[in-house]
Ligand binder design. Structure first.
Ligand code: NDP
Length: 327
């Protein structure tokens, strides 16, 4: 495992990390969650990703229970939570990026995760109904109080991230260190084009999500769909509709052939393709079964097989390289 700086910060994250969306407290048994965390930690993963909304808080409870049983030194791993969507409550104060919800969501995440501080705390989406200054002040104060160490955003536009930095600059506050965008062979624009300037100007770090497009980029939907595949879940019908289309299946078949030629699996090629982007600080893996995590972590052994020629061949299959606007 190699470790990359989270943007310009001094924090080093494992290049592959592990998250709990859909799985912990929901799709899989707690014993499996524990085995997956063991496999990840033993392989050198030092960042575990979570959020208040995952399984309405249960995902954090399960992770907290597991962490409290381990003899892992607290200074050997990084844990995150995210605020915005709430954890199931229907009251207007129970979601968003107001000072009230940020402070309460942080307290609740600390309790569920059974930790004294969060290493990373993300604003899970932008909140159009809260001034960005209120959010920046709230995050800064949590850092001052020692309750979080770094704060960041998820799926914010470059403009919104820069507005947060302008507020931070104006009042001498700590601005967002990292963004958590979706990034995979099928979703590229934000990471490759929109943020391209702010990697340089503010030193933005990225912890990217859904590197395998929720499992679609493993090729498993080419064959018989087992009922426990993620994209068969009712709650993700909308995502299946976007992904499971003929155009994407054509690409998957060709990518599968290429992966075979390189003596690796398609998920391994998908993970390595994400890692190849130097602006990616950490690729957050997800897994519902042990073999998946073991297979995806093993990708690191094949890094040198993804040569510039291979990347060119991938481009010619994907035909979706985003470009900067022309003037
Ligand atoms: P992936 O795109 O890698 O999808 C993971 C899922 O794909 C697994 O749970 C499994 O689903 C399937 N899969 C993975 N590897 C294999 C394999 N080798 N063979 C077969 N199937 C495989 O990542 P996620 O979508 O889970 O995203 C990773 C993390 O990113 C999340 O856990 C979360 O922490 C974070 N995230 C953040 C978001 C945000 O808005 N900030 C949004 C979404 C995720 P199955 O077995 O059920 O088919």
């Amino acid at each position: 495992m190699e470790y990359r700086r989270l943007g310009k910060s001094g924090l080093k994250l494992s290049e592959l990390s592990f998250g709990s969306w859909i799985t912990f407290g929901n799709q899989i048994e707690d014993g499996m969650s524990e085995r997956l965390m063991d496999i990840a930690y033993d392989a050198g993963v030092n960042f575990f990703d979570n959020a208040e909304i995952y399984a309405d808080g249960k995902s954090e409870e399960v992770m907290g229970e597991i962490l409290s049983k381990k003899n892992w030194r607290r200074d050997s791993y990084v844990i995150s939570s995210k605020v915005f969507f709430g954890n199931g409550g229907k009251h207007p104060t129970q979601r968003g990026l107001s000072r009230k919800h940020i402070v309460e969501a942080c307290e609740q995440a600390l309790t569920r995760l059974k930790v004294d501080y969060l290493d990373l705390f993300y604003c899970h989406r932008p909140d159009k109904e809260t001034p960005i200054a209120e959010t920046v002040w709230s995050m800064h104060n949590l850092i001052q109080q020692g309750k979080i160490l770094y704060w960041g955003t998820s799926e914010w536009s470059a403009q919104e991230i820069m507005e947060a930095h302008m507020v931070a600059e104006k009042y001498g506050l700590i601005g967002p260190t990292m963004e958590q965008p979706q990034y995979n062979m099928l979703v590229r624009r934000k990471v490759e084009v929109e943020y391209s300037q702010i990697y340089k100007t503010v030193g933005l770090g990225t912890t990217i999500w859904s590197p395998l497009a929720s499992g679609f980029l493993t090729g498993k939907y080419l064959g018989k769909h087992a009922d426990d595949f993620r994209l068969k879940r009712d709650e993700l019908g909308w995502l299946a509709e976007i992904l499971l289309v003929e155009e994407n299946f054509e690409k998957i078949k060709e990518l599968n052939n290429l992966a075979e030629e390189l003596s690796m699996s398609l998920p391994q090629l998908g993970v390595l393709w994400c890692l190849n982007n130097e602006n990616v600080s950490s690729v957050i893996l997800g897994a519902s079964k042990e073999y998946q995590l073991i297979e995806n972590l093993k990708a690191l052994e094949f890094k040198d097989r993804v040569t510039p020629e291979v990347l060119d061949r991938i481009e010619s299959i994907l035909k979706n390289k985003p470009t900067h606007p022309q003037f």
